[in-house]
Design a protein around this ligand. Structure first.
Ligand code: KG4
Ligand code: ZN
Length: 340
């Protein structure tokens, strides 16, 4: 029988404190404390995020161990997000992970947050769960990243294209702020878009070479679009909110998919996945599913709980690193701009 490896994983790169317990490639617990405090500021305030992580981390660890019905002595390793992310936030998870690994005298495993988002597709919910085959392409879309990556293995990851400025999650969140929706605005744009007309308003496309993206011009043109219309009708936003959200969301999704389809066609790869917070977007999930049928892709869309930040994805990545004995030492420090 396969040896059972129990890992406790910590994710604290931004504003969610999450702890997971895994047994090999299965998740026994995945508990996340979200931080509400940032809503009133229209974005994540790093110092407040760090303080909330400090408050939340121990109760979340306790809750995860309890849910998994595991005690600390049974753990084989501690995995944690060591970047990219906010320094103050990463430091909390890293410090607690190091303390646990040191006191329990078990290996410490550092994980790249973006690799975690991608490898979440390898979590086995049950014996029937299908996981991607290599080579695969993954569109990783979050609040800080927008990339098309090619994987030849869990660890051989090549970035084929990426945003040259803002991430698509920022394009959602900043547009939401412009129309008066609280942070994080992405899910709210998604919600309002459900009752709107995606073809009502048109926005300018951005011209980028190859598989790269650019979202900062799109966000600025959205701002001017709103300002111009408000001059003509002061109730323009409230009268058209659903149509504005649906049209803008449709525009962003079309841009994302155009480059992904191009990369899939040119590489001939048919194992296609999406990952990261924006992969929770219902229009992206719908349009990518249509593309999958059209192009004969084997498509992998994460379960909602593995789209936004979670420690389960850190646990599965930690498990693959454990098998390779890729451990780190206590001197490691978070890297806010860690690359894939
Ligand atoms: O991966 P994630 O949880 O954190 C980062 O690593 O950045 O992604 C957060 C981003 C935010 O920009 C949020 O607005 C966006 O994901 N997001 C969505 C949706 N759910 C989360 N954007 C559009 N539609 C959604 N349903
Ligand atoms: Zn993330």
């Amino acid at each position: 029988m396969e040896k059972e490896v129990f890992i406790l994983a910590i994710e604290s790169s931004c504003d969610d404190t999450s702890v997971a317990i895994s047994c090999n490639d299965k998740i026994l617990a995945n508990i996340t404390a979200n931080q509400k405090i940032h809503e009133q500021y229209g974005g994540v305030v790093p110092e407040l995020a760090s303080r909330d992580h400090q408050r939340n981390i121990i109760p979340v660890i306790d809750a995860a161990l309890k849910k998994a019905n595991i005690n600390l002595e049974q753990l084989n390793a501690i995995a944690f997000t060591n970047g990219p992310g906010l320094m103050g936030s990463l430091l909390v998870g890293a410090s607690v992970a190091k303390s646990l690994a040191w006191s329990l005298n078990i290996p410490l495993i550092e994980v790249n947050h973006m690799q975690g988002h991608i490898l979440a597709h390898f979590i086995k919910e049950n014996t029937e769960t299908k996981v991607p085959q290599f080579p695969m392409l993954c569109l990783t879309v979050s609040g800080g990243h927008t990339q098309i990556v090619k994987l030849k293995s869990h660890f051989d990851i090549e970035v084929l294209g990426e945003t040259t400025d803002d991430a698509v999650g920022e394009a959602f969140d900043k547009a939401a702020k412009i129309v008066g929706l609280p942070y994080p605005g992405g899910p709210l744009i998604d919600k309002h878009a459900k009752d709107g007309n995606p073809e009502k308003f048109k926005f300018n496309d951005s011209k980028m070479d190859g598989y790269n993206y650019s979202f900062s011009g799109i966000k600025t043109s959205f701002l001017y679009f709103i300002q111009n219309n408000l001059q003509k009708d002061k109730d323009f936003v409230s009268n058209n909110l659903n149509d504005i959200c649906a049209s803008y969301q449709n525009h962003l999704v079309k841009i994302l998919l155009k480059k992904l389809v191009l990369a899939a066609t040119e590489s001939g790869i048919k194992e296609i996945a999406i990952a990261g917070g924006v992969s929770a977007n219902s229009e992206l999930r719908k349009q990518i599913s249509e593309q999958a049928i059209k192009n004969n892709w084997n498509l992998f869309i994460p379960a909602f709980e593995y789209c936004t930040d979670n420690a389960a994805m850190i646990a599965i990545t930690g498990y693959f690193k454990f098998l390779k004995e890729e451990f780190t030492n206590l001197a490691t420090a978070p890297n806010v701009r860690m690359k894939l």
